[in-house]
Design a protein around this ligand. Structure first.
Ligand SMILES: *[C@@H]1O[C@H](CO)[C@@H](O)[C@H](O)[C@H]1NC(C)=O
Ligand SMILES: *[C@@H]1O[C@H](CO)[C@@H](O)[C@H](O)[C@H]1NC(C)=O
Length: 363
C-alpha cells in the first residue's frame, strides 16, 4: 500500500531524495521550478513540445498543454522522475518506448487525452510504476502484454474509454494489481482467462459497460475481491455461484440499474461478509435463498416489482431488526400492491425459515 496516502493528496508532495549530481540545467522556458529543479511545473503554459529536464527532477507537471504525442526518447534525460503529469494534453498516441529511461517513475497521469493507440512496448522501462491513470481516453484495444513491465502496478484506471473486450494476456506481468477501474467502457465480453494474471484484485469496477451475461469463467479466478460494481450492464440474471471464489472478502456489491429479472437461488453462495448491497432499479420480484442478511448495513432495493409473499420473510425479519429500513414497494400480490415491505402484513403467517447452522469457527 505504499504511497497511497500521497495519492490522496492529489498533487503529490514527493519525499525529496538526496540531491542528484546531474548536468546543471535551467528551468524550462514558461515553467516554474522549485527545490533546485526537483519540481518542474508547466501547467497550461502553451507548450507544444515536451521540455527536457535533468536527472534532478522528481516531478514534472505538463498538464493542459497541446502535446499530441510522446516521441520515443522524450524523457531520456529525465531519469530521476517519480511523478509525471500529462492530463489534458490532447495526446492521441503513445508510441513504442515513449517512457524509455523512466525506471524510477511511480505515478503516471494520462487522463483526459484523446489516446486511441498505445503501441506495443509503449511502457517499456516502467518497472516501478505503481499508479497508472488512463481514464477519459479513446482506448479501444489493449495489446497482449502491454502492462507486462509493470510488476509493481497497484492501481490501473481505465474508466471511460472504448474497450470492447478483455482477452487473456492483457494484464500479464501486473501480478500485484489491486484496483482495476473499467467503468464506462463498451465491454461486451471478458474472455475466460482474461483476469487470470491479476488474481489479487480487491476493487473491480465494471459498471456502465455492455455485459449481457455475468462472465463467470473470467471472474472465478479472482480470490480477494472486496468491491465489485456491475451497475448499468444489461444483464438479466446472476448465475449460481457467481461470487463464490471471493465471497468471503466481498463487502460491497453494486447490481443496480441492470434490468435484472432474477438472482439465481445460489447466486450468493459463499458470500459471507457483505456490508453494502445495491439492487435498486431492476425488475426483481424475489431474493435468492443464498443471500444472508446478517452482515448487511447498507441495502438499496427501490424500483423493483417485489412480490410480497413468504419468500421475502428473511428480508422482512432483517428489516425488523435493522437500523436501516430501505424503501421497497410490493407490486404483488394485488392486496399488497403499493405497500412497503417493511409495513406489509403479508408476512404474518409465514413460517420462520429454519436457522442455518452457525459457522462460528470460520475465519
Ligand atoms: C494542437 O496541436 C496540433 C498539432 O500540433 C494542432 O493540429 C491542433 O490544432 C492543436 N490544438 C489546439 C487546441 O491548439
Ligand atoms: C450506502 O452505499 C452507497 C453507495 O455506495 C453510499 O453512497 C452511501 O453513502 C452508503 N450509505 C451508508 C449509510 O453508508
Amino acid at each position: 500500500m505504499r504511497c497511497v496516502s500521497w495519492l490522496l493528496l492529489g498533487t503529490c508532495l514527493l519525499v525529496l531524495g538526496p540531491a542528484v549530481q546531474g548536468a546543471p540545467s535551467q528551468c524550462p522556458t514558461l515553467c516554474h521550478c522549485h527545490g533546485d529543479l526537483q519540481h518542474v511545473i508547466c501547467d497550461n503554459v502553451g507548450l507544444k513540445k515536451i521540455p527536457q529536464v535533468s536527472e534532478a527532477t522528481r516531478l514534472l507537471n505538463l498538464q493542459r498543454n497541446n502535446l499530441s504525442s510522446i516521441p520515443t526518447g522524450a524523457f531520456s534525460e529525465s531519469k530521476g522522475l517519480i511523478s509525471l503529469h500529462m492530463q489534458n494534453c490532447q495526446l492521441r498516441e503513445i508510441g513504442s518506448q515513449a517512457f524509455k529511461g523512466l525506471k524510477k517513475l511511480i505515478y503516471l497521469y494520462l487522463s483526459n487525452n484523446e489516446i486511441s493507440s498505445i503501441k506495443p512496448g509503449a511502457f517499456e522501462d516502467l518497472t516501478e510504476l505503481t499508479y497508472l491513470y488512463l481514464d477519459g481516453n479513446k482506448i479501444g484495444d489493449l495489446a497482449k502484454g502491454i502492462f507486462s513491465p509493470m510488476i509493481n502496478l497497484f492501481i490501473l484506471q481505465l474508466n471511460n474509454n472504448k474497450l470492447r473486450e478483455l482477452r487473456p494476456g492483457t494484464f500479464t506481468g501486473a501480478k500485484d494489481l489491486r484496483w482495476l477501474h473499467l467503468s464506462g467502457n463498451e465491454l461486451t465480453t471478458l474472455h475466460p482467462g482474461s483476469l487470470d494474471d491479476v488474481e489479487n484484485i480487491a476493487i473491480l469496477h465494471l459498471d456502465g459497460n455492455k455485459l449481457s451475461t455475468y462472465p463467470s469463467p473470467a471472474m472465478s479466478k479472482l480470490r480477494v475481491v472486496e468491491e465489485l460494481t456491475l451497475g448499468g450492464n444489461p444483464m438479466k440474471t446472476i448465475p449460481e455461484y457467481a461470487f463464490q471464489s471471493f465471497g468471503r472478502y466481498m463487502e460491497k456489491l453494486h447490481l443496480d440499474s441492470m434490468g435484472l429479472e432474477k438472482l439465481s437461488d445460489g447466486a450468493f453462495t459463499g458470500v459471507t461478509a457483505i456490508k453494502s448491497l445495491h439492487l435498486d432499479n431492476n425488475k426483481l420480484r424475489s431474493l435468492p435463498r443464498s443471500l444472508e442478511f446478517g452482515t448487511i448495513t447498507n441495502l438499496t432495493l427501490y424500483n423493483n416489482p417485489w412480490s410480497c409473499t413468504c419468500q421475502l420473510t428473511p428480508l422482512r425479519k432483517w428489516m425488523d431488526s435493522s437500523r436501516i429500513r430501505p424503501d421497497a414497494l410490493c407490486a404483488s400480490p394485488p392486496q399488497q400492491k403499493g405497500k412497503q415491505v417493511r409495513e406489509s402484513t403479508a408476512f404474518g403467517n409465514c413460517k420462520a425459515k429454519g436457522r442455518r447452522p452457525r459457522k462460528g469457527t470460520r475465519h
